[in-house]
Structure formats: C-alpha cells, structure tokens
Design a protein around this ligand. Sequence first.
Ligand SMILES: Cc1ncc(COP(=O)(O)O)c(C=O)c1O
Length: 242
Amino acid sequence: MNGIKITSEDKFSIYQPPSEQPVAVVPDGTTCIDVARNVVQRSKHEQDWDESFFVCDVGWILDQNKRWKKELPRVEVYYAVKANSLQPVISTLAALGCGFDCASKNEIAMVLNYGVSNDKIIYSHPCKFTSHILFAKDKGVDTMTFDNEEEIYKLKEFYPEARLVLRLRVKDNGARTKFGDKFGASLEYSKDLVTKAIKLKMNVVGVSFHVGSGCPSIDSFATAIKDSRRIFDFARELGLQF
Ligand SMILES: Cc1ncc(COP(=O)(O)O)c(C=O)c1O
C-alpha cells in the first residue's frame, strides 16, 4: 500500500501500524469493494495514485477462527505463512494464539518478530538448508518435518534434539496444486524412515501431510488420515509413542 495514506478524517476509525499496511475498523455492512472504492477515491490526489493495493477482511479471519474452534476444538491451527504473510493477517492470527507453519529461515524470523513464541512454530520444509536448521536451533524452533533419510542424518548432525514430523505422501486427486511429486514419503518408505530414525535415536513425534492446495476431495483427507493412523500404529509397534 505504498503511497496510499488513510487519514482519520474519514468515516473509518484507523489504526496505522508502522508497516504501512493500515488496518481500518469499518461500520457493519461495509464490504471489501466499499473499502477498495474508498481507497481509490482518496488516492486520486496522492503521488503514487496508480499503485496496486490489496484489501483483506480481517473480520473474516476472526470468523473463520471462531468456526474452526467450534467445529474442531481439539485441532490446533498452524497457519502456513506462505499463503499470505501480510502484516494484518499475521498479527491477527498471532493475537488469536494460532501457531505458524514456516517453510524457511525468513518465514521463521518474520513470525518471531511478531512476538510469536518458538513452540508455536513448525518448520515445515522436509529438505532444509543446514544454515537454516542452525538458525532454527538458535531460536529454539525444534519441531520440523522430514521425508527422506538424508534429512535424518543432517538433523542428527546439526540438531539432534529436534522433534521430527514425518511428511507422508498422500492422495491429492483433483487438487489445484499437487505436492505429491515434490514432497512426502510413501507409506512403505515412511516405515523405513521411522525405523531409521529410531536407530539413530532421533525423536519422531508425529506425521504431517498435504492433500494439495485447493483440494476438493473429502476422500483425500480421509485416506491421508487413515495412512497417518497406520504410521502411528507402526511406530507404536516399535515402541515409539507419537
Ligand atoms: C507444509 C505446507 N503447508 C501449507 C502449504 C500451503 O498450502 P495451501 O496453499 O493449501 O494453503 C504448503 C504449500 O506448499 C505446504 O507445503
């Protein structure tokens, strides 16, 4: 929103954090389109009047959070920062007590800057740079994913106390963006990985999966959860309680 300044003469009451991404409290019934029109109207006389901008309804985040807590009270949210890392989104989620799914050192650093505690962050890239692992270690972000043997060795060397989360490859039929070709261990390979991790005395604490972005299939979720159960059971047979 560079160049667009919202002033308090307007009918909206404005809170302007230092990041130049203003948050406005608007009257009931105001839509995102109303806000966009309002910004366009006021920016006509500004120097950078032709710059693009985004409008985000933070109220919708609050509603979705309420809905989540009602429908899935036992499931904690870890918001994937990559989806939208704009300041109003992250600070709203942080204020709601959400956790964060960070794919890189930069995302971890950004979320920590919002005052989020390290135990609310999962480092979700299954193939991490060593320097990024060391950064996570330095910041006490100890929960991280893996989907290959090399990563276990790397973590054994650089962060042996890490809490490992195995990323499973799951069915992602019909998803708009599929991740199965890129990330995730097959069910069989996952068992090898759990066995290997135990041998190396690494602490595997759970399983993660991604059914693909924009996944329309409830079946994909159901299958992924069933596969996760299988890995939980397999680990238990080896004496590991996820
Ligand atoms: C671990 C993880 N979480 C979340 C996301 C974001 O997924 P979505 O686009 O469904 O929000 C990705 C995408 O790459 C991911 O790899």
